[in-house]
Design a protein around this ligand. Structure first.
Ligand code: MEV
Length: 324
């Protein structure tokens, strides 16, 4: 059996502004992952997709399997398989006999990058099976092709952080900077339980930007100042300084009108329980929030978030790969 895996991700600073050319910082969430295994199928079977717990286009809530050639055109798994086959040098007309089993523990449509992670895991599994090297850079570019089809105008930060699997400082169209984390730190990550369609929220911000361009450009510039300060704090190991910067970034996101009552309730709960700072993460209007927490405070902050109605609470340790 051959397999590919990929972690989830959170945006630490700079969501939305990153779509408009400002910098952003994202980190992998290693406690959750997408996993794809490949095994040879029956002779003449073609490719079968087995989705253990993933809803796919028109297919209910998972636990089903279907032949690749019957997948609807709008199925992201179909697009990912087509890209993967092309990458390993196989024409789709010469469909190999394979079973691809796809599972993921990354919550869907909450800003944790589940789509990009599933695509990454699938490409890695196919590349391993066909013995074809696949660099992080190549993975990121291929996954971006799928992201563009399903997310409107993505900045490319999700595919980048997931493909590289380490903290990144990202500016659209520029080479990625892999961030060396001066001193590791903990994040508590909580789900509002409210689905957030990135495409829709990004589209709404764009509409408001078109109407109030000067004000929005000013807000994006202010977010960029916070992101640059956060980059310096991370590199210098001054992670406590990230708390106030997260609060500042959240205030600017509120001015962009992408927060929500559910997010605000969780942010207040985390701060009251001793988090050093907190903000929404991803597109907003739902999805996840993140809080910077000292190690001894992880349990109290987690409990406070659960009491405030979080659907799920995770935590992650942000560090550079050599230290994990
Ligand atoms: C989504 O994870 C983050 C956004 O900035 C959109 C994007 O960067 O494509 C809201």
């Amino acid at each position: 059996m051959w397999e590919g895996k990929a972690p989830g991700k959170v945006i630490l600073f700079g969501e939305h502004a990153v779509v408009y050319g400002r910098p952003a910082i994202a980190v992998p969430v290693n406690g959750v992952e997408a996993r794809v295994t490949v095994r040879p199928g029956r002779r003449g079977s073609g490719i079968w997709l087995e989705c253990c717990n993933l809803p796919a286009v028109g297919q209910g809530n998972g636990g089903y399997h279907y032949p690749f050639r019957e997948a609807p055109a709008g199925d992201p798994l179909r697009v990912a398989v087509l890209l993967g086959l092309t990458y390993v040098g196989i024409a789709p007309s010469q469909e190999p006999d394979l079973v691809l089993t796809i599972s993921s523990t990354i919550p869907i449509a909450r800003g944790l990058g589940s789509g990009a992670a599933v695509t990454t895991a699938l490409l890695r599994a196919l590349a391993t099976y066909f013995n074809r090297p696949l660099s992080a850079e190549e993975t990121s570019q291929l996954v971006y092709e799928v992201e563009k089809l399903f997310h409107g105008t993505p900045s490319g930060i999700d595919n980048t952080v997931i493909a590289y699997q380490q903290p990144v400082y990202f500016v659209r169209g520029e080479p990625v900077e892999l961030l060396q984390v001066g001193a590791p730190f903990h994040l508590v990550i909580a789900d509002t339980g409210v689905t957030s369609a990135t495409r829709q929220v990004v589209g709404e911000v764009r509409q408001r930007w078109q109407v109030e361009r000067t004000r929005y450009e000013g807000l994006f510039d202010a977010i960029a100042v916070v992101v640059r300060a956060a980059r310096a704090a991370i590199l210098n190991g001054e992670w406590r300084a990230l708390g106030p910067l997260m609060n500042e970034n959240q205030a600017l996101l509120e001015e962009l009108d992408v927060s929500s009552p559910e997010l605000d309730r969780l942010l207040t709960a985390a701060r009251s329980a001793g988090a050093l700072g907190a903000k929404l993460s991803g597109a907003g209007r739902g999805g996840f929030m993140i809080a910077l927490v000292e190690e001894h405070n992880i349990a109290p902050v987690t409990e406070a978030l659960q009491r405030a109605g979080a659907a799920q609470v995770l935590s992650t340790y942000v560090t550079s790969p050599a230290e994990t």
